[in-house]
Design a protein around this ligand. Structure first.
Ligand code: MSP
Length: 617
């Protein structure tokens, strides 16, 4: 059983007491102070009316009007977790960042000023041990793994705005300032602690959460018993303010089913947690006590704020805050929800800072039902996937096929089938065959404005409804449903062209020829809209579609979500030569090579999908 002996105070403002009565009074005081703070800020800088305790920043809600009214005025700041650098990134770590990038791209299409923050979490025991095991110094080790993250983000077309490393000096300065504020608020005290520690989680565990032999349920490795003299953060003091925050702002934790979990933790009673380590050197020294370093989570969460600082700026909280805090959205995996939805808000309240607008906890990518992870060693190599199939395929598969918020399993067969069916066939082939017909019959030139061509046309109505559906899904972070809505536009385009059979109409000549020429314009306009609506998910593919439609890259870069309105393509616009925008992934099998092509034989053979790269080049 973990226990704590309170033996000295770093300051005397806050006295830890086991008495519920005392802590309730304290909570009420904190509560009213924070409420006042939030109210004041909220009145001065926000039109967000749902919760009076929050200030400023855009809400990612389903309410479009609310978003539009914030548009341009404030930045949409979203964050990925800061990844541990104990090992190179894997597909599980890439997943949050791909989702964050898609959301950021969508928000940019809405013409919001977006700041996408990512980075690496580089302190703590786990990192120091990984460096030692590699035979390198912690610094060298962090430099190399942090760089691997940057390279992967480049390969996956992640357009981040800020990359923070928790070993950056500006970050260290901010952590110390923050610590001092919390200390001055009377929320830090010193005590002994004994408990079971999971190094992989970097967290003391409750014995009742553990499996046999005190194994961590996440990492399936035994926790180690530790006894330390640490500084503690008075989390218990924030029990009531947190309960109220969660009740008054039900959107704070998303998806909504995760809110219940968080409310459950808070209701079951919050215990103070240790925020320093006497046994760990690789970390930021505790102000006024260089024998201890700051607990890696207390340090890392502040990366969301220090990331906002420009390198040339004075590294202080005030400057960082004024550059975009509070964040609109923290995207995280469900395993780190407690840190983000309980510890972090309490820390912010203690320092008198605003809370983020929303914390979204997504599910896990699994392999054989187990969380894919560095500790279990059952990972999928994202760089390998990108090199074989291209970044669009990887981004599309995980965002479309894993419902954002739930777990999802990976299988290569499913990956190839989905990508071929959706991107190569439904969208790529529709474009290719329409352009082929246009080239053959209309010299690749549009005969009529798309707005005129579609007067009274049912496909136009369908596309308008679907693109609006996609927009709403993006707003609500339902990325899979957004993909589905765009894909339905492609399906509707295929049904339309097959039904109209313009290849026969062209042969008939006269008015039938005109109808066929009109039909091609209608389908190409639908594809133009797809290219904008799918851009957050598959930016490269969408650029290729747009340039096939006769636009320049600069024109593509200037599009906004408004351009999804029907009517962009105009008479006389000349399309590019038809060139497949997305090649099918072919499975070469030894069986095929040997001239045997039965399904049975190919299943047994080594599959070697052809790379997508040639098509993308
Ligand atoms: N360093 C902390 C985060 C600090 S944020 C201030 C950390 N790092 S981590 O590298 O272990 O995990 C980073 C993120 O990757 C977490 O959100 C985690 O949920 C996510 N994933 C790691 N493996 C995953 C899967 N298999 N599937 C989906 N996401 C997973 O925690």
């Amino acid at each position: 059983m973990a226990f704590r002996v309170h033996h000295s105070m770093q300051n005397s403002l806050w006295f830890l007491s086991s008495s519920r009565f005392y802590s309730t009074i304290q909570s009420q005081r904190v509560h009213s102070r924070n409420q006042k703070y939030f109210c004041k800020k909220s009145l001065s800088s926000s039109s967000f009316s749902k919760g009076v305790r929050y200030c400023s920043c855009n809400a990612t809600t389903s309410n479009t009007d609310a978003n539009v009214s914030h548009s341009n005025a404030e930045a949409f700041v979203l964050t990925t977790p800061l990844y541990y650098v104990n090992a190179p990134p894997h597909m599980g770590s890439a997943y949050t960042t791909i989702a964050a990038d898609a959301i950021a791209r969508f928000q940019r299409l809405l013409r919001k000023k977006v700041i996408l923050i990512t980075g690496t979490d580089e302190h703590g025991e786990k990192i120091a041990s990984a460096a030692a095991a590699n035979g390198s110094s912690p610094r060298e080790h962090c430099d190399s793994v942090s760089q691997a993250y940057k390279l992967l983000w480049r390969d996956l077309d992640i357009a981040y705005d800020k990359f923070i490393r928790t070993t950056d000096s500006k970050h260290e300065a901010l952590v110390k300032e923050f610590y001092s504020k919390v200390l001055a608020n009377g929320d830090i005290y010193r005590a002994d602690y004994e408990g079971l520690y999971c190094v992989n989680c970097e967290e003391y565990k409750d014995e009742k959460e553990l499996l046999e032999n005190n194994c961590c349920p996440m990492h399936l490795k035994p926790c180690v018993r530790r006894k330390e003299d640490n500084y503690f953060f008075a989390l218990s003091k924030y029990q009531k303010p947190l309960e109220d925050t969660l009740t008054e702002n039900p959107d704070f934790v998303q998806p909504s089913f995760r809110l219940n979990e968080v409310q459950g933790w808070v209701k079951s009673g919050l215990r103070d947690f240790s925020i320093s380590r006497a046994s760990v050197d690789w970390g930021i020294a505790v102000p006024n006590d260089d024998k201890q370093t700051i607990y890696v989570w207390f340090d890392a969460l502040l990366g969301y704020i220090s990331a906002l600082l420009d390198d040339k700026e004075q590294p202080n909280l005030q400057s960082a805050i004024s550059s975009g805090w509070p964040a609109s959205l923290h995207l995280i995996g469900k395993d780190i929800l407690r840190f983000h939805a309980v510890y972090w808000p309490a820390m912010l309240m203690s320092a008198g800072l605003s809370l983020p607008k929303m914390v979204f906890g997504h599910g896990f990518l699994t392999k054989d039902g187990l969380k894919m992870g560095k500790s279990l060693g059952n990972t999928l190599e994202p760089t390998d996937l990108v090199h074989r199939f291209g970044s669009d395929a990887v981004r599309y598969f995980f965002l479309k096929e894993v419902e954002f918020g739930s777990d999802g399993d990976y299988s290569e067969d499913r990956f190839i089938n989905i990508i071929n069916a959706h991107l190569a066939n439904t969208i790529g082939n529709l474009l290719n065959r329409t352009l082929g017909l246009l080239k053959k019959n209309c010299q690749s030139t549009l005969a009529i404005d798309s707005a005129i061509a579609a007067e009274g046309n049912a496909l136009k109505d369908t596309v308008e409804k679907l693109v609006e559906k996609a927009r709403q899904h993006y707003e609500n972070l339902e990325l899979s449903a957004a993909c589905e809505a765009v894909l339905e536009i492609g399906n509707a385009g295929n049904v339309y062209i097959d039904g109209q059979a313009p290849w026969s109409l062209f042969k008939k000549g006269g008015s039938a020829f005109e109808t066929a020429a009109k039909d091609l314009v209608i389908v190409l306009e639908a594809l133009r809209i797809i290219a904008i609506a799918l851009y957050p998910i598959t930016p490269r593919l969408c650029l290729r579609i747009y340039t096939q439609l006769g636009y320049s890259e600069d024109q593509f870069n200037a599009v906004t979500w408004n351009d999804t309105k029907w009517g962009g393509l105009k008479r006389g616009q000349v399309m590019a030569q038809p060139n497949p925008v997305f090649g099918r992934i072919e499975l070469e099998t030894e069986a095929n090579n040997a001239g045997v092509s039965t399904k049975e034989a190919s299943k047994k053979m080594n599959k070697m999908p052809k790379t997508q790269k040639a098509v993308e080049a």
